[in-house]
Design a protein. Structure first.
Length: 278
């Protein structure tokens, strides 16, 4: 595949049997004050097993809508979403979903917030096993020593780590992330990107990552889907041809990173400059 793939070429990929998640002519229209608002144009898209895919585009282009349909929180108006070849018709319990807000429960400690994912499973995890898994996850995300702190006693970055641990402890096959680090400062964001890369590569997860930050998308992704302004359409798909593992602190200073960033901006700039993001 070339760096820049025409949108209709995505339909050809839709015949790939190895797809983890597949959108087949999936579209979404909302009713707002009695009017139909088309959020997402009929879209074909495949997410491959163990792939890290980023979705970028102006606000209102359907990025979060796509995640919500993959998670089974929202049904497409037409078309369908498949997971491992099966239609997603309700909450998809094989995915973990990390949103912009950490949604930690303020009255629970770090370890109790992380454990809640195990408590909500249909089959309760034995207490000793749950405690061991929580301990391992706390160490994995660098929160050792903060197990008994409440969210109000944690920094913004620590809260994000706790939220990520809570999502990962469920051991989902696929991770859906909707601008999870948007509110963090640039230095802390780099640390979180590095940690996310290590965790997802180690666990060989499929990841769909929504972001407005082109640098984030290039740093983490195998492929980047560029969506147009509403109604969202796939403008192009970029392969990110940067070797792994990537040094998130240095990769953005390489010529290859700059070239990729320029291609992405060329795809987005008309919608951004025209002020079409809503």
């Amino acid at each position: 595949m070339n760096d820049l793939t025409p949108a209709r070429a995505v339909a050809a990929d839709a015949g790939t049997p190895a797809a983890k998640i597949r959108l087949l002519c999936a579209e979404k229209t909302f009713q707002v004050r009695g009017q139909d608002i088309e959020a997402l144009h009929p879209t074909d898209l495949d997410i491959r097993p163990h792939e890290f895919m980023a979705l970028v585009g102006p606000s209102g282009c359907g990025k979060s809508t796509i995640l919500n349909m993959m998670a089974g929180l929202m049904r497409p108006t037409a078309g369908e979403v498949l997971y491992d070849g099966q239609p997603v018709t309700g909450p998809n319990r094989r995915v973990g979903y990390m949103t912009q807000k950490d949604t930690l429960l303020p009255w629970r400690t770090t370890k109790d917030n992380i454990r809640i994912a195990l408590e909500l499973k249909s089959h309760a995890t034995p207490r000793a096993e749950a405690e061991d898994r929580v301990r391992q996850m706390i160490e994995l995300v660098g929160l050792k020593g903060f197990e008994n702190h409440t969210p109000a006693e944690l920094s913004g970055g620590m809260r994000k780590r706790a939220a990520m641990a809570r999502t990962l402890i469920y051991e989902p096959e696929t991770l859906l992330m909707d601008e999870p680090f948007g509110a963090l400062d640039s230095q802390l964001k780099l640390l979180m990107l590095d940690q996310l890369q290590c965790l997802t590569q180690h666990r060989r997860m499929s990841v769909v990552f929504v972001t407005h930050d082109l640098g984030e998308a290039i740093t983490l992704s195998d492929r980047i889907v560029v969506l147009s302004a509403r109604p969202g359409r796939i403008r192009a798909i970029h392969d990110v041809k940067l070797e792994r593992p990537r040094d998130v602190f240095k990769v953005r200073f390489t010529p290859a990173f700059s070239e990729q960033h320029e291609r992405l901006w060329d795809e987005l700039k008309d919608d951004i400059i025209k002020g079409t993001d809503v």
